[in-house]
Design a protein around this ligand. Sequence first.
Ligand SMILES: [Mn+2]
Length: 394
Amino acid sequence: MSPLKKTIPEFLTYLKSLPISKTASGDILTICVGNESADLDSIASAITYSYCQYIYNQSCNSEEKCGLTIPIIDIPREDLSLRRDVMYVLEKLSIKEEELFFIEDLVSLKKQAPNGTKLNSYLVDNNDAPKNLKNYIDNVVGIIDHHFDLQKHLDAEPRVVNVSGSCSSLVFNYWYEKLQGDHEVVMNIAPFLMGAILIDTSNMQRKVEPSDKLAVKRCQEAINRAADEVSAQGLQDTSVFYKEMKSRKNDIRGFSVSDILKKDYKQFNFQGKGREGLEIGLSSIVKRMSWLFGEHDGETEFVKQCKRFQNERGLDVLVLLTSWRKAGVSHRELVIMGDPKMVRALVEKVSDKLALQQFGGDFDQGVAMFRQLNVEATRKQVVPYLEEAYSEVN
Ligand SMILES: [Mn+2]
């Protein structure tokens, strides 16, 4: 009988223990990275993708061997603790924070690698290299994602960019098929990926696509089979698992305004008609504005802190996207801050699509607050709407 394969924590410990000469293969260092929001989906996708690649390379003949893939979490290490749902899942899976690789670890790996080492990257949960890593990544070699397809890196292999509630479903199904349902591996990755799928689909109630259904069915089979294993304890009941994760994700008490803004944050540079680009940051927030004002010394102070964040990051425009559920009903707000003229122009163009209804702010001060009655539109939709709007602004 073949020896038991490494578990995910064992794989990560192993990666950390290796000198750079063993981590890189020849003059190529390979990473797998999710998007800069570094939510559970991105983190679970990157870690399990790298893990499965490792298992797969081991089981194949040497010609298929292409070194190791290092999962990178695209935030500074200190920001992980802002993601209480992620911390909860990692603890449940016995994955220690010190075994993970963050931006600063990537920088240090690059430094240690011999001159001329190329950095290849698999992308999960995004289909173009994250902006802050573009200068590091030489080649995008594979993509699995559920965002709008930017039609870049067309020769990547795999190149799976499909509609799916969660990218984790696509990652799971890809490896499930490639590893031909290998029970042991599937059991190792199922809890992690299922956690992300449940969060992204609100416990399979919203934004559920066939890929999610298939992945969860397969995950559940694996978890039930492994019910005696430590890794699957307490995970058979998906509703309980979901509630535990969700209550932690929604718990942002004690965070500073800047922590709240950077917890689930993405930044873009929109290109316009021959003008300078628009630097725009979008924070997704799990509490409504009135709650945020209450926790942070009132509206004036909260807005002041937001403007400070905006200046620190050199943003032309900052957008807050709040969302919460009450009595089974979804609610969203959109707050936009920046140059008054630009704010007005952008709002004018997206107002209908997002069904915006102003409840606060002052256009003349460059701050406008809206209820977003199109509650289906998450950041995934809001970003392309705003980008299109900017391209039309004169
Ligand atoms: Mn995602």
